[in-house]
Design a protein around this ligand. Structure first.
Ligand code: IMP
Length: 214
């Protein structure tokens, strides 16, 4: 495992919600995070079929373009009743014909697909959010970390915090959706805490312990 010695890294993302969450998580550890969006890097095509492959594609593209270590996140919602969909295609389900993203529409698509399967009771709507973080160096070395959080897809959407599919995801053991939680509650982690809640914070905890010695 390679440790990170630089105090600046690139967040290999153009997704404002993810960039904000990664900055929240890494800030307390004394890191400055520049984003691929701020640096005007082109978004590489996500041609992989796994979260790991796509995370590596994004992190390597930013590390090579910047000459700095780059941290990417590839994530998605894996719904049991839909055979794991939307999975690695979670962002695509939100895509409109003009290329913009509409998450209200994406959540409605998910709901329609669940109803088509007759999945109306909470026990038939189990799902998990998955996040794979990849730290890549300009020389091509990569480290990968996976975090998952179990929960249920609820309808109608609740809450306006967070981003993406947060309003329809209720983590197991909670009465609130991610959309109803403050950012700190959704992460459920700060350096030194034994547990984290969100998929991203769980992957980040592994990354911090392995590469930052946190
Ligand atoms: P990708 O990793 O860029 O392929 O996109 C992942 C998609 O999953 C995003 O478009 C988000 O909408 C969704 N997603 C990932 N993590 C979260 C989260 O923490 N909350 C809500 N939606 C998420």
């Amino acid at each position: 495992m390679r440790r990170l010695s630089d105090k600046t890294l690139v967040v290999a993302s153009h997704n404002a919600g993810k960039i904000r969450e990664i900055r929240d998580l890494i800030g307390p550890l004394g890191f400055e995070a520049k984003s691929a969006a701020d640096l005007n890097f082109i978004e590489p095509e996500e041609t992989g079929t796994t979260f790991e492959e796509n995370a590596a594609i994004k992190a390597l593209a930013s590390a090579k373009a910047s000459g700095l270590p780059a941290l990417s996140d590839d994530s998605g919602l894996v719904i049991d009743a839909l055979g794991g969909a939307p999975g690695v295609y979670t962002a695509n389900w939100a895509e409109r014909e003009d290329g913009s993203r509409d998450f209200q529409m994406a959540m409605e698509k998910v709901e329609e697909a669940l109803r088509d399967k007759g999945a109306v009771m909470p026990e038939s709507r189990t799902a998990r959010f998955v996040s794979v973080l990849c730290l890549a160096w300009p020389d091509g070395h990569v480290e990968l970390f996976r975090g998952e959080v179990e929960g249920t897809v609820v309808w109608p959407p609740r809450g306006t915090s967070g981003f993406g599919y947060d309003p329809v995801f209720q983590p197991k053991g909670y009465n609130t959706t991610f959309g109803e939680m403050r950012a700190e509650e959704k992460h459920g982690w700060k350096p030194g805490d034994p547990e984290a809640l969100s998929h991203r914070a769980r992957a980040f905890k592994l990354f911090a312990e392995t590469c930052l010695g946190a």
